[in-house]
Ligand binder design. Structure first.
Ligand SMILES: *Cc1c(COP(=O)(O)O)cnc(C)c1O
Length: 400
């Protein structure tokens, strides 16, 4: 499993990545760096991981050939249904993988941050399953916005700690989780995306690579070829995109498209598009692209989808952007809402607002008739149903 786009022996993706961490975390990070690769690639891990994915999560998730969308866009469109995973998104894959590593390292307590609560719920779920203590950090603003997820985490036995610093959202929750980890080095920090110091970005990508592993097998069965012409995924930190692109990175005939959340637009301050609007700098332990002002202060991100409003992007993707292997597009709040709603009415699938950003990019690409296009539906949109409902009442053209 060598690939020029994977992390090198020093923890870098080209000029990005690394581990810029406080001295106090050095031993913890070293322990992970030393152990993660051998463990995650071992037969013992892979067997257990795949077994839990099958019997508990419900994998493999279907690859759904969508007739109506194929007709509409004059090409062959498939949806990878990550929304059908238990707990409602791809995040559970990562929570299971890292919890198994935590167990292997003899850790009893898991720390995690969460924004929308999706990663928090996935982590709390797996901790209940694996008898691990669970402490979740969540910004106060997010706690108020996503209260049902807070209730889910609490009922699963997790301790939810409100974070009141900064603008009380995801980036502040990450800072607080890191602070707690410094004081409780015996615990395991379970990061929810391909972000953070080395080895987290690569570890999360390795764990999520099951998504593209399945796509290859499923396409082969349906078409006799493993390789699609396009894979399209929304991108926050990058974990669903990394997992979906992973086994296609070294095949240039596969166009890889990552769709950022532009919020109100890339010319406005209310955006989460770190590649389109950001610049190089250090965020949460790695060199990457982030939204920052001239003084290097992080600018809070904004998107209608809570899973995408993070002011940075994983270092692997900063490199994939610079090396031009992945093409970056963006969708605004409005475009995502409209496309999400369209999918609901056309297919009876309620996509997460995050995933709707990927759908909204279909209009911006010109496909050939014989192209095979895979769109990742990263999660389900039950959590966003109030937002869809508001959109419906505001847009009379959608009223029957
Ligand atoms: C968290 C989340 C995302 C964004 O995170 P990535 O790490 O970029 O995948 C996308 N979709 C859903 C449904 C999510 O919950």
């Amino acid at each position: 499993m060598k690939n020029k786009f994977f992390v090198d022996d020093n923890g870098y993706y080209g000029e990005f990545g690394g581990s810029f961490i406080p001295e106090m975390l050095y031993n913890n990070i070293k322990e992970l760096q030393k152990n993660y690769k051998n463990f995650i690639r071992s037969v013992q891990f892979q067997t257990l991981y795949k077994k839990i994915l099958k019997n508990y999560v419900g994998r493999p998730t279907p690859l759904f050939f969508c007739k109506k969308y194929s007709k509409k866009y004059k090409t062959k469109i498939f949806f990878k249904r990550e929304d059908l995973n238990y707990t409602g998104s791809h995040k559970i894959n990562n929570a299971i993988g890292q919890s198994l590593l935590a167990k292997q390292l003899n850790k009893k307590t898991i720390i995690a941050e969460t924004g929308a609560g999706q990663h928090g719920v996935a982590t709390a779920t797996v901790c209940a399953l694996m008898d691990l203590k669970c402490v979740i950090f969540m910004g106060e603003t997010d706690i108020n916005r996503q209260y049902t997820n807070v209730l889910r985490m609490k009922s699963l036995g997790a301790k939810v700690i409100p974070v009141c610093s900064g603008d009380k959202t995801l980036k502040d929750a990450v800072n607080e989780a890191i602070r707690y980890w410094i004081n409780h080095p015996e615990s395991y920090y379970l990061i929810g995306s391909t972000v953070g110091p080395h080895p987290y970005p690569q570890m999360v990508a390795d764990i999520q690579s099951v998504i593209s592993e399945e796509i290859k097998i499923q396409l082969k069965e349906m078409y006799g070829s493993c390789y699609p012409n396009y894979v399209i995924a929304c991108i926050g930190g990058g974990s669903n995109a990394a997992g979906s692109f992973y086994h296609f990175l070294d095949n240039d005939s596969v166009n890889l498209i990552a769709v950022e959340a532009a919020g109100h637009g890339i010319k406005t301050k209310k955006t989460a598009a770190s590649i389109h609007c950001g610049s190089k700098g250090i965020l949460h332990g790695s060199m990457t692209f982030l939204l920052q002002n001239e003084d290097g202060q992080v600018i809070p991100a904004y998107s209608i989808s809570p899973g995408l409003d993070y002011p940075g992007i994983g270092p692997m993707f900063a490199n994939l952007f610079i090396k031009k292997r992945v093409k970056f597009l963006y969708s605004t709040d409005k475009e995502a809402l409209r496309e999400g709603y369209e999918l609901i009415r056309s297919e009876g699938i309620i996509p997460a607002l995050e995933s709707a950003h990927a759908l909204a990019s279909l209009k911006k690409i010109s496909f050939k008739k014989e192209d095979t296009v895979v769109v990742i539906l990263s999660g389900r949109g039950d959590k966003d149903i109030n937002v869809y409902e508001k959109f419906l009442t505001k847009n009379l053209s959608y009223d029957e």
